[in-house]
Write a protein that binds this ligand. Sequence first.
Ligand code: GAL
Length: 693
Amino acid sequence: MFRFGVDYYPEHWPEARWETDARLMQEAGFNTVRLAEFAWSRLEPEPGRFDFDWLDRAIEVLHAHGIQVVLGTPTASPPPWVMAMFPDAYRVPESGLPATYGNRREYCPTHTGYRERSRLITQAMADHYADHPAVIGWQTDNEFGDRCHCEQCRAAFHTWLQRKYGSLDALNTAWGTIFWSHVYTDWAQIPAPLATAAPFGNGSHNPGLALDYYRFMSDTYVAFQHEQVDILRSTCPTHFITHNLMGAGYDRLDYFDLAADLDFVSWDNYRRMQWTFRPEVPPSEAALSHAVMRGLKQRNFWVMEQQAGSGGWQIVSVAPRPGELQLWAYQSIAHGADAIIFFRWRTAHFGTEQYWHGLLEHDGRTGRRYTEVKQMGAELARVGSQIAGSDVRAQTAILLDYDTRFAFQIQANNPAFHYTAHLHDIFQAFHRRNVTVDVVSPESDFAAYKLLIVPAQYVQSEATAAAIERFVKRGGIVLVTPRTGVKDETNTVVNMPLPGHLATVCGIEVEEYDSLPEGVSQPLAFDEGTAMVGRAPQARIWCDVLRVTQARVIARYTSDYYAGTPAVTANQYGAGHAIYAATFGDSELYDTLADWLLDLAGMEGGPETPEGVEWCVRWNGQERIIFVLNHTTEPKQVPLDGGYVDLLTHRVLASATLELRPHQVVMLAAERMPTGATGTSNGGAGRIAQPAQ
Ligand code: GAL
């Protein structure tokens, strides 16, 4: 069943209104509602006194309207009594200044008292709802994250380190603490990496210590979640367990680890949040987030919070234009969402999020946004069963590494370098070509792919390098970008030429490198005889100066003291090729490389669509469900290469051109399948669909 619904806070509204809300939800086609993730003070008004009556009544009203329920464990926002009970449970951010009461996520995830309260409320909820016919699953907490640097965390870090290193000698060697005489002679001397260690902001902690602390913090949240998961699994074995994560950009937790305990991941997909530094999230960034979320467990995911209106805490974002809510939600589905749950039902009158707009207005009116979503509900009633159970398939993968992300937080290398932005720069080139890209962890099996992208894998284990080498040897194509293989797992620089363990596969060695000032770039020149002659991408941010040992030179720098030296190389290795791009380039570089790499890997791009129009494919066995999404405010025309059926109307498209209104989404199926078609592709139309007779 395709899940469609909303996040609802019955505790915010008079009980007399619940029936109207549930009826309107049912009329919108909703079958699922998330409840209770911020309701701790109503569920446990005082220590050990639980009150589920109100929630039972709310669930009953919803269930009577055919709606099932996901319950959130409410631990992201403790009631005042919890924090009064544990004044030392306030989270201490890197600044060293402890949180105080009044927002949310102010708790320290190590605190044993807080952890106990978390287990107690989770167990009480699980006991109460294990056999409830309307309850289908659980969301743990809400958007885990935020490091704590308190004394309890520091003590727990010591235990974590003892388990990892066994002895202080081993730790001192691993971190290189001889530098600045940081040799630890007692575990208790080891600090948490607070900003106060460098009061003038001009320094950072030992990189080995800091990376271990970030890993420890990530492990701590995973352990915090695990306690809830344990309870929920044993008490409610028929329910699923998920968590709402925060997309590709969130980098304080190892999401692969957090996801390992879950049945599937969910995430919160906001496209317009004027109060943050990112007022507008472009479609390709949302697509990357979807790919990351899909990649965490190599399976479909839920969107637990899909934007329902203007965002806003203090400042109100630009309103979603007509069609945008649907467009954004359908994009989620196109990239692998098996559920769309809008955040939130009705706009709150009170609290921090008074201006975070729900589907209904403050006064409970159903306006434009509700009507739009209701229309989508009607559409999903027609096509939802086809979408449910379908999946997204790719032959290209991009490697995402959280150790690397943590290490770049400690040493950015260049102020203009941002790991997620770099991933996105490359991803975007494939996205523009409508090529589906999977996101994989360093531990993944790469064998399923033809093309693997290894963007700046700064901290690289020998095992990962060996897996990449095997992948190439057996015929895979790999693209490696600068700052790969610089560090081993202790976050110390490797004692060999870069890119470290990949130097042989890549057939080059980095002799030296140049970190460029902001705004400085230089054109690259492709060598005669390469398919890319005439294209002129720019090198930016970083230039490795290479010595070729085996590889063929594809492109060269054109200025500075390394003018004429290689900037892009290709090395045949075994049955495959390793491409090394020695600089972080502009979009032209990744566009150029994408065309070439697809060609090398023997893959076609997806079908060509006008700028701003996305073409995505979900597979149902051998059949495709194609989503064509117009992200622009202009009408667009998409040439079709064959006969297609509009899935909503079941009408065969009469013309070879698909006309799209601004923000329109069309779902298509190929009119018929030729014999011998296979289910693996980039999502391209041409290889599988045949022209209509
Ligand atoms: C999410 C969060 C929600 C709500 C929303 C809008 O990050 O999970 O509880 O706060 O943002 O701000």
